[in-house]
Ligand binder design. Structure first.
Ligand code: SME
Length: 169
């Protein structure tokens, strides 16, 4: 039996979304070129993503500041919880497992932390630094059910690889 590639969604809507992500990546690269400060980089990425993803009610970073602890970083949207322990909620699970987590319905995720009671779906992506260590997680929330899907996960995982990577000056 041969391994099958995951199905590629090539509908016009999916292609439009991919093009939008491509534009976002180009804008991000242009904005971050030569900027070594991680907070400046995360803040810029959050602002660009909030514009690129109208379904998002919150886009922000939780930084892995000490072993087992995430602390809020740059974000756009309503005020959010300040500290999340590894293993707690979707962000803490993504941090401790080192993988992205897509939650189409937050009410079905045991332990989900409701910083915004109107939040209905969520996508969390690990963000690594140049050495490959977990530096933060990127948290996207929406007040719509199933607002994010595998395409968002795939594109944001690829983009996350560049957010804290310092480009040569
Ligand atoms: N819902 C997240 C907490 C962060 S806020 O939604 C901004 C979680 O369960 O990890």
């Amino acid at each position: 039996m041969t391994a099958r590639e995951p199905e590629h969604d090539d509908t016009p809507a999916a292609e439009r979304r991919r093009r939008r992500y491509h534009e976002f990546r180009e804008e991000l690269r242009a904005l971050l070129a030569g900027e070594p400060d991680p907070i400046a980089r995360m803040a810029s990425a959050a602002a660009l993503l909030m514009e690129a993803l109208p379904q998002a009610s919150f886009v922000g970073f939780y930084r892995a500041v000490e072993p087992g602890l995430l602390v809020i970083g740059p974000y756009q949207g309503p005020v959010a919880c300040l500290r999340i322990r590894f293993g707690q909620g979707v962000c803490g699970a993504a941090a401790s497992e080192g993988r992205s987590i897509l939650v189409p319905d937050v009410h079905a995720f045991p332990g989900h932390i409701a910083c915004d009671s109107a939040s209905r779906s969520e996508l969390v992506i690990p963000v690594r630094d140049g050495s490959g260590a977990l530096a933060a997680v990127l948290d996207l929330d929406s007040r719509k059910l199933a607002a994010f899907d595998g395409l968002d996960r795939e594109e944001l995982e690829a983009a996350a690889g560049e957010i804290l990577t310092i480009d040569p000056a």
